[in-house]
Design a protein around this ligand. Structure first.
Ligand code: NAD
Length: 531
């Protein structure tokens, strides 16, 4: 066991030219990542681990660093340490736990620039979006601090004289967090900020595609926990592929698994956790659409649809995948969107003049190319040709051109989420209900939007007979949710809710108490039991 900075198992990271030019050297230094290859930690304690996972940047293909995967023995030590820490942490008053989260949020404010840069360099999203992701972490900390004084139960009228009923919320225990590559830091903090104020301790298995982000986050919180004399085990990270994830999902010592990723993963995780009667919070894939009605304002439609489709190179769970356009405005909208695609600049995401960075890796590029081929085979009409970019600045092989294809909602490929910048255009005729039917006609149910200046259409879209998604917006796109609202979706998106509103309740256990302060023992429902 070593500390990060003093570890014997450390390796100095050699920076590529691109990384040096954009100040990654300094960023990694500030995040305590200059010479690390550990991937398992219970706080300030780090474990040597087993095999190495290399993290290559999709930006320039360079090796950023390596972390070791967690061994089974280390995993058990982590869980035992977390179990012990829980006993201390749950006894701490919730507002004091909020104070820890407040300090964490402040530290994130200080480190927004280096952490945002790391997100951009390791995952490939634009620097602005990298900063935005860290801002989301700060926002959820602020939200959680306030929440730490509002974990309120209810007092419920009892039907029996001299009795009172109430509901309390108790800490749950270990929250196991499994996260996807595309939000390599925010998803962790959506979970941890709430879980910590609720008195839970967290064990995080980050995506094997962005492991350094998890080490950076752990360094930040470990310092805060140490400064506050809190025990090891409140924040833990483990690293590895799905096998490490499976240890967690099968582990009865983890009452809640919060898993973010593909529907394929969620189907396995949901079943495994349910088999042991654990709780799962599933945040899975989306297939999000914008309905564009005859009264839609193009000034709103174009940026909303284009950012939704190409932001994060189409790798947001809320990315816009389908535009359902009224036939009366179809040509006008299509031409405006196609025209806007001409303006998109693709390149190194650390350079702020570029709008779109790379896909995460070459497997993602293959999936993107296959999806375009499949759409063509099914009869799709390509309006904006896709393809892989080559040449200077594109050496990683992960840069692709956002594509637009006219398609039918019934195509098999359109029914699936392809995690890449492919936008399908389709027409509807008649009333908004016809568009809503198309919008709902997929297996996923995450985010949806309508562009309209017709109040009745907007309300019908939001009504019980409207969008079946967890998120339904009017005159904004499908992506870019604020942390104040509950985030998540229905159907194959998994049904989980994270972030704002009352999402905190899933991180706690509810207890109903009935107290008899009378001298009698009346039974509920008027049942007589005289002895
Ligand atoms: P993925 O499903 O391949 O992997 C996600 C995580 O699950 C990784 O950490 C992986 O190691 C782990 N995992 C995979 N199989 C597992 C198993 N059998 N048991 C336990 N853990 C397992 O997803 P990805 O490619 O990293 O991310 C993209 C997907 O995530 C997209 O479908 C996207 O829509 C979804 N996503 C959803 C949300 C949301 O909030 N709804 C947010 C971000 C991403």
């Amino acid at each position: 066991m070593d500390s990060v900075l003093g570890g014997s198992n450390k390796k100095t990271i050699t920076m590529s030219t691109v990384a040096t030019d954009y100040g990654m050297d300094k960023a990694l230094q500030q995040l305590g990542l200059k010479d690390v290859n550990h991937g398992t930690s219970t706080g300030s304690t780090w474990y040597p681990g087993g095999e190495e996972i290399a993290s290559y940047s999709p930006v320039d293909g360079a090796l950023i660093g390596k972390v070791t995967t967690t061994t089974k023995e280390e995993y058990d030590t982590v869980i035992k340490t977390a179990q012990e820490a829980f006993k201390t942490f749950r006894a701490m008053p919730a507002p004091q736990r909020g104070e820890i989260v407040r300090q964490f949020g402040n530290k994130l404010r200080e480190l927004k620039e280096p952490l945002g840069k790391l997100v951009s360099y390791e995952m490939g999203k634009s620097l602005q979006e990298g900063y935005g992701e860290v801002q989301e972490m700060i926002d959820i900390c602020d939200f959680a601090v306030g929440l730490s004084r509002q974990l309120n139960g209810q007092v419920i009228p009892s039907e029996r004289p001299g009795h009172v009923m109430r509901e309390q919320w108790h800490s749950l225990g270990i929250v196991g967090i499994i996260s996807a590559f595309n939000f390599p830091v925010a998803v962790w903090s959506w979970n941890t900020a709430l879980a910590w104020v609720c008195g839970d301790v967290c064990v995080w298995k980050a995506s094997e595609k962005a492991p350094l982000c998890s080490v950076a986050c752990q360094n930040i919180i470990a310092e805060i926990l140490k400064e506050n004399d809190l025990p090891e085990g409140i924040s833990c990270i483990i690293n590895g592929d799905y096998t490490v994830g499976e240890w967690m999902t099968k582990d009865t010592r983890i009452p809640l698994i919060s898993a973010t990723g593909s529907t394929r993963m969620g189907r396995i995780v949901g079943k495994t956790v349910a088999e042991r009667f654990g709780k799962s919070l599933l945040e899975l894939g989306g297939n999000n659409a914008i309905i564009i009605t005859p009264t839609a304002d193009l000034k709103v439609v174009v940026p909303g649809a284009v950012f939704g489709a190409v932001g994060t190179c189409g790798q947001r769970c809320t990315s816009t995948r389908r535009l359902i356009i009224h036939e009366s405005v179809y040509d006008k909208v299509r031409d405006a969107i196609v025209g806007a695609y001409d303006q998109i600049v693709i390149g190194n995401p650390l350079d702020e003049k570029n709008h779109v960075g790379p896909l995460i890796d070459k497997d993602a590029v293959d999936m993107y190319l296959n999806a375009i081929e499949k759409a063509k085979e099914e009869g799709g009409n390509v309006l904006v040709e896709g393809g892989v970019l080559e040449g200077e600045g594109y050496e990683s092989g992960c840069y692709v051109k956002p594509a637009i294809i006219e398609a039918e909602n019934t195509y098999e490929i359109v029914q699936h989420e392809t995690f890449a910048p492919i936008l399908y255009l389709m027409k509807y005729s008649g009333d908004v209900e016809n568009a809503i039917e198309i919008q709902n006609g997929v297996a996923q149910g995450l985010s949806s939007a309508i562009m309209t200046n017709e109040m009745k259409e907007a309300e019908r879209f939001l009504s019980f007979a409207g969008s079946d998604c967890g998120i339904a917006n009017v005159n904004i796109g499908t992506s870019g949710a604020e942390i104040g609202g509950a985030f998540g979706g229905e159907k194959e998106t998994g049904g989980g809710r994270e972030s704002g509103s009352d999402a905190w309740k899933v991180y706690m256990r509810r207890q109903t108490n009935t107290v008899n302060y009378s001298d009698e023992l009346p039974l509920a429902q008027g049942i007589k039991f005289d002895l």
